[in-house]
Design a binder for this molecule. Structure first.
Ligand code: ADP
Ligand code: MG
Length: 245
């Protein structure tokens, strides 16, 4: 069974079409990159997957659950880090996590255990009492990842999580999320517009003007459309090269 299955998903903001008949599946336990230039529709897709917007057309399944028919169990499988940070800067790292754990309805003892585990797993144990405002961008993102994983979802969505970080922190964050995927068996959907965040053995989806213009192993997509990922990406995301799939 796939970690995520999207079938013929379309979405419009009024007359503006943001997603057009997008279909794909994610294999469990894999790191998948959703690559697309600004305006491609990445955040719109995340908003539909997290039910911020209602699906207008098409179908979404998260694990075995239909998002439309069984939203609660479907959303339980999902952890998300949105493009815009939603941390409270004046609370400590730990307070941000505890507040969220309470929202998820975890019992007190469970909260302690989960917060401990996630702080350790994200390398944040020593910063637990620091206010988020005092952390650098990379560590703030880790707090958001810890928070997204408190309820132990099977699929983690990250929307342009590395934007605004310096190159070193950007690389470190990308590697960190890869290690979560490898070592903890979490499925990841990592959206980005930056080619260097994609590895050749990643599962790759390329979105352009709301259409999925390529999908497959990054190495194969590159080979099929020009050789290197940069050539393939340029070909697929110039309007002339984009053929609907
Ligand atoms: P990405 O995240 O890939 O940059 P978005 O999903 O944010 O792309 O945007 C996809 C398209 O939808 C763009 O053309 C954008 O201008 C448009 N769009 C996004 N949000 C809104 C909104 N709230 N209202 C109207 N149009 C929007
Ligand atoms: Mg976006």
């Amino acid at each position: 069974m796939s970690a995520l299955h999207v079938d013929q998903l379309s979405f419009s903001y009024g007359p503006r079409e943001a997603l057009r008949q997008v279909s794909f599946s994610l294999a469990p336990g894999r790191f998948a990159a959703l690559l697309g230039p600004n305006g491609a529709g990445k955040s719109t897709l995340i908003a539909l997957l997290t039910r911020l917007y209602d699906v207008q057309k098409g179908e979404i399944r998260i694990g075995e659950f239909s998002l439309r028919q069984s939203p609660r169990p479907a959303l339980k499988q999902l952890g998300v880090v949105f493009q815009q940070s939603t941390l409270d800067l004046d609370l400590s790292v730990e307070q941000n996590l505890r507040y969220h754990a309470a929202l998820h309805g975890l019992a007190r003892r469970e909260v302690n255990e989960r917060v401990e585990q996630e702080l350790a797993r994200q390398g944040l144990s020593e910063r637990r009492r620091e206010r988020v405002r005092e952390l650098n961008g990379g560590h703030r993102r880790r707090v958001e990842i810890a928070r997204a994983l408190l309820h132990q979802p099977r699929l983690l969505l990250l929307d342009e999580a590395s934007v605004g970080l310096d190159p070193g922190s950007r690389l470190a964050l990308n590697q960190h999320v890869r290690s979560l995927c490898r070592e903890q068996g979490i499925s990841v959907l990592w959206t980005t517009h930056l080619l260097d965040e994609v590895h050749s053995d990643d599962d790759l989806l390329i979105l352009h003007q709301g259409r999925l213009v390529a999908s497959g192993q990054a190495r194969e997509v590159s080979a099929e459309h020009g050789g290197g990922l940069d050539t393939a990406f340029n070909r697929l995301t110039t309007s002339a090269g984009a053929s609907p799939r």
